[in-house]
Design a protein around this ligand. Structure first.
Ligand code: NAD
Length: 500
């Protein structure tokens, strides 16, 4: 276990007050960033200034890469069973500080405590899977590929990897990558979203306490400059990215040009197809939860209900009834089921989409724009909104809104529903609600999104299955998690031997 250090411990301060500038974690130490500018980290529930985040760039990234490169030979030579010992310790610490991490997620992101807890649980799942690396990382061999000649392959780590992550799951998303990568013997750098860096500060305090050797894990902060520095740095072997599709594409292109392995998970516009034979009460309740959970800021949110035939008449009022049950407010308060949006600007952007939908002729059957939070008038809240009569060519039918707005579309039959889903340029996730195995099978067979729910609202990523989208929602070959994660973070060395 590493000795405790002075950390960037954070408490809130009034909107107008000062706040501590958080540090970066490089080579086993919390140190000041060399950034000249900082950004604000605010609690979206009440606009409180929580901290300032250094907007680092090439210098911070270079320091982290140097530390990670220096740590690599020793870490790579550490037997896998020994590499996972601090990982087990990290898991224990995550359990011990579980609620504290969840509260930090809620504080900087705004989602409800239950939602934060679920996301921290998923982070722990990934650490648990990585603890199995001595088995997962094994290669294969075959005797006598020719008489007296044997062949085998070993999986070997590649060096330094980095993760660049989005704002919507501040504790969880970096843990889709870091545990697998370092358990395989690589060293690692995390660059979290500049909007929510505090959850990773907590996670890195625990990684420090777990006793990983200096330089094995590193944390830098910033936005585009830090990302570009990661993509261009010759010392980095590969990058795992999660965020919006335009940035995913950019990261994939620029990283690959610089000879790196890249997996880039992008944005989403997810459809839930509701067949006329579905259990409409369940379909309405589950779809509403899927769309409005995390205030719609979820890449797996089913934000379009695509109702087939008379399913439309059967489900539309039920969706509104369900959405009206949501209790909007500070995610830290018990009983609240939908928190605020991430920033004032993002709230404005979502409002812009609602205006756009009205202009385009969609019918606003539930209007969440007027919601005012009595307790925190400064928070970035919106109530749930539902549009009916949305068509695939409308902006709100095409673009990812990433807010609490549900679009309802009609399809005359199953084939038309499949066509609408297939035509969309994104393909992260989708669901179908039906009581027929035939429709479920047919849907699975014909549409492209890689995560598919059958009577499930969020086909969620599980640490031991591959995760990532299709079409414009994913750039790369190997997905995150499970065996794909192990493949991404290792190379295969084939050895053919003959002994005379
Ligand atoms: P974003 O693309 O704005 O930011 C993601 C990361 O890229 C951040 O670390 C940010 O600092 C960096 N970045 C932003 N703009 C950049 C630029 N121009 N050049 C280089 N780097 C840049 O995404 P976000 O708003 O933080 O997150 C929401 C998006 O992430 C949504 O589109 C959502 O669907 C997607 N997302 C996808 C998944 C998935 O599994 N596919 C999971 C979570 C979120």
């Amino acid at each position: 276990m590493n000795p405790p250090q002075e950390q960037a411990t954070l408490t809130g301060s009034p909107a107008t007050g000062t706040a501590p500038t958080i540090k970066i974690y490089v080579g086993g130490r919390w140190v000041d960033s060399s950034a000249r500018t900082t950004g604000e980290v605010r609690n979206p529930a009440d606009n409180t200034l929580l901290a300032r985040v250094p907007m680092g760039g090439a210098d911070d990234v270079d320091r982290a890469v140097k530390a990670a490169l220096a740590a690599f030979p020793g870490w790579r030579a550490t037997p896998p069973v020994n590499r996972v010992r601090p990982m087990f310790k990290f898991r224990e610490l995550l359990e011990k500080h579980f609620d504290d991490i969840a509260r930090t997620v809620t504080k900087e992101h705004g989602k409800t405590l239950d939602e934060s807890r679920s996301s921290v649980r998923r982070a722990v799942d990934n650490v648990e899977v990585a603890c199995g690396i001595p088995s997962l990382m094994q290669g294969l061999g075959l005797e006598d590929i020719a008489t007296g000649i044997d062949s085998q392959f070993f999986r070997q780590p590649l060096g330094v990897f980095a993760a660049i992550t989005p704002f919507n799951f501040p504790a969880m998303v970096p843990m889709w990558f870091l545990p697998h990568a370092i358990a395989c013997g690589n060293t690692f750098i995390v660059k979290p979203s500049e909007r929510v860096p505090l959850s990773q500060v907590k996670m890195f305090e625990l990684l420090h306490e777990a006793g990983f050797p200096e330089g094995v894990v590193n944390l830098v902060h910033g936005a585009k400059d830090a990302v570009d520095a990661i993509l261009d740095h010759p010392g980095i072997a590969g990058v795992s990215f999660v965020g919006s599709s335009p940035v995913a594409h950019y990261v994939y292109k620029r990283g690959a040009e610089k000879g790196k392995r890249v997996q880039a998970l992008g944005g989403a516009k997810n459809f839930v197809v509701v067949m006329p034979d579905a259990d409409m009460d369940r379909a309405a309740a589950i779809s509403t939860e899927s769309c409005f959970g995390c205030a719609g800021e979820r890449c797996l949110a089913n934000s379009v209900v695509l109702a087939v035939g008379d399913a439309h008449a059967k489900i539309k009022d039920k969706l509104v009834e369900q959405a009206k049950k949501l209790r909007v407010g500070d995610g830290a308060d018990s009983g609240v089921t939908m928190g605020p949006l991430i920033t004032k600007q993002h709230r404005e952007k979502v409002l812009g989409y609602i205006e756009q939908g009205i202009k385009e002729g969609a019918k606003l059957v539930l209007d969440g724009r007027a919601y005012k939070d009595a307790k925190h008038p400064e928070g970035y809240y919106l109530g749930p909104s539902i549009f009916d009569d949305v068509t695939p060519d409308m902006v709100i039918g095409k673009e990812e809104i990433f807010g609490p707005v549900l679009c309802v579309m009609k399809a005359k039959d199953f084939d038309e529903a499949v066509e609408i889903v297939r035509k969309h340029e994104l393909g992260n996730a989708t669901s179908i609600f039906t009581t027929s195995g035939k429709w479920a099978r047919e849907y699975r067979y014909r549409v492209e999104p890689s995560m598919l729910g059958v009577n499930i609202g969020v086909a969620a990523p599980m640490a031991y299955f591959p995760f990532g989208g299709a079409k414009g929602s994913f750039y790369g070959d190997l997905k995150a998690h499970g065996r794909d994660g192990i493949e991404f973070y290792t190379d295969k060395k084939v050895v053919i031997s003959r002994w005379f």
